[in-house]
Every structure is written in structure tokens, then in C-alpha cells.
Design a protein around this ligand. Structure first.
Ligand code: 5RP
Length: 225
């Protein structure tokens, strides 16, 4: 099975967790795109739901598929949030933000009663840190934050678009991608990063996911913390 096939399979499976009348948070990224497409099929089949997306791109996609989608202030309490991850470690410690939506993703995940991670098996790791940790930063604080991250051993690289422009998040901030190497204590690192003024959010999602759906050669399995 290719990675794309695995993403499609897990997206389809995730859509089965959505029940009539639910308020649903839509994630961001290629796996979430598959989930949103599968959900669109169910909506066209008669499922009545309301949704909030974690990015402008997911919002637009959902709307284009006929999924009723609104904003978080309009729908602040969600039953379910379904989103991908860049790394999934034991205990369902996650790195997210590869798609640049970490801030809104964490907000929407926090608004939901249940967060289900959708991923293919290549995302499973023993320790977080192989994937560069995204950190969302207020523009004017960039030099300050870079210096403070360096003091805790993190070298942040400003994210750019394919066209070479600085990548702006949906909230108008910059992203620093930090090559960490193995993160021995994610909770400690999360607290250290959070204490830096000018950091808006980081891509460590700890103790947030209820369970993960993981697609591999043997189909889709559930992974619990
Ligand atoms: C976006 C994210 C994505 O969920 C994460 O990057 C995984 O993406 P993909 O499903 O494309 O592999 O956190 O900010």
C-alpha cells in the first residue's frame, strides 16, 4: 500500500466515527483532506452535522464539498476533532504543524470532547524529534525568540513557501522549524518553549488525543495512549 492509499483508507475509517448531529472539528494536511472528502460523501448521503475547520484551506475544501462549516466563535463546543500528525510517539505524544496550522489545530482540538488522530504507519516513532518541531512566533519577536530558543539548544529555521516567500500562518504569524533530535522529555521542552515571550504556540500536542487510527499494510488499527 502506498502512503497516499493509507491516508485515504484512514480518512474513510475516521469518517465512520462521525455521528448524526455532531459538531465536528476538521483537521489540516493531506490525511485530513482524505477525511474531509470521505465526510463530504456522508453529508451528501444525508448525514446532518456542523463543522469548524482548523485552517482556511480545510474550511474552503469542506465548503466546496457541501459540508456545513462555520467558525469556532459560532460553534465553540465540538464533539469530535479529527486531524493528522507528523509524529506519533507512545502515549500519543504528537508533533504537529508540518502543514503550518498548529495554532488553530490546537485551539480546535481543545474545543473538542474527543480528538482522534489519523495517520499512516510511517508517522509512528519511538521518541519524538526526528521531524523538526514547528513553533509559531509573533513576527516582531522573531529575533528575540530565535535567541531564546538557541539558549535551550534549539536552532529555529524560518519557514518559507515553495516560492521562497516567508510562510505566514492563517493568524499572520511566522513559523520556526526547529531540528531537535530525540526529545527526551517533551513535557519539559513544551514548558520551556511556552515560557518564551513571543512564542504563540508549539507543535507538541501532549495528552490531547483520545486515540489514533493508524493505517498500514494490515489495514487500520486503533492505537490508545
Ligand atoms: C498541519 C498538521 C498535519 O496534521 C500534519 O502535518 C500531518 O500532515 P499530513 O496528513 O499531510 O501528513 O499538523 O499543520
Amino acid at each position: 500500500m502506498t502512503q497516499d492509499e493509507a491516508k485515504k483508507l484512514v480518512g474513510l475509517r475516521a469518517a465512520e466515527f462521525v455521528e448524526e448531529g455532531m459538531a465536528v472539528g476538521l483537521g489540516t494536511g493531506t490525511t485530513s483532506v482524505q477525511f474531509i472528502h470521505a465526510l463530504g460523501e456522508r453529508v451528501r448521503g444525508g448525514l446532518k452535522i456542523s463543522c469548524v475547520a482548523s485552517s482556511e484551506s480545510s474550511h474552503k475544501l469542506a465548503a466546496s464539498l457541501g459540508i456545513p462549516v462555520t467558525t469556532l466563535p459560532e460553534l465553540p463546543e465540538l464533539d469530535l476533532y479529527i486531524d493528522g500528525a507528523d509524529e506519533v510517539a507512545p502515549g500519543l505524544a504528537l508533533i504537529k504543524g508540518g502543514g503550518g496550522a498548529l495554532l488553530r489545530e490546537k485551539i480546535v482540538a481543545s474545543a473538542a470532547k474527543k480528538f482522534i488522530v489519523v495517520a499512516d504507519s510511517t508517522k509512528i516513532v519511538e521518541h519524538l524529534g526526528r521531524f523538526p518541531l514547528p513553533i509559531e512566533v509573533i513576527q516582531m519577536a522573531m529575533p528575540l525568540v530565535v535567541r531564546k530558543l538557541a539558549a535551550i539548544g534549539l536552532e529555529g529555521k524560518l519557514r518559507h513557501t515553495k516560492e521562497g516567500n516567508i510562510r505566514m500562518t492563517d493568524e499572520g504569524n511566522y513559523i520556526l522549524d526547529c531540528a531537535c533530535g530525540e526529545i527526551p522529555d517533551p513535557e519539559r521542552l513544551a514548558a520551556q518553549i511556552r515560557s518564551i515571550v513571543g512564542v504563540v504556540e508549539h507543535g507538541l500536542f501532549l495528552n490531547m488525543a483520545a486515540f489514533a487510527l493508524i493505517a498500514g499494510e494490515d489495514g487500520v488499527r486503533e492505537l490508545h495512549p
